[in-house]
Write a protein of this length. Structure first.
Length: 99
């Protein structure tokens, strides 16, 4: 295997466990569940903690609700609270100020 594979030819199926631990190699992988599974499997094998355990991984963009979901699972939906955020801005125009 080429030690410096091109992004279009690098796949988790033909990567060594050492490559799947390397951040630069992982960045080159296509973002799909198969590759995510392979990378996480290598990581958890190193940790040794998750062997023979049920494991759920929440993956998502910033602000999509991963922490909210975890809080709800751990402490129940009553632990969640509704928050209303209001913002006041002052806009300066040439003639006048408006609020």
């Amino acid at each position: 295997m080429d030690p410096n594979p091109q992004p279009d030819e690098f796949d988790a199926n033909n990567a060594s466990p050492q490559q799947l631990k390397d951040k630069e190699c992982v960045k080159k992988l296509k973002c799909d569940l198969k590759n995510i599974y392979k990378v996480l499997n290598v990581a958890f094998e190193d940790l040794g903690e998750a062997k023979d355990a049920n494991l759920v991984v929440a993956i998502g963009n910033t602000g999509c609700g991963k922490s909210t979901m975890l809080t709800s699972i751990l402490f129940g939906p009553d632990a969640l609270h509704k928050t209303t955020v209001t913002e006041q801005r002052t806009i300066q125009t040439r003639d006048r100020k408006t609020r």
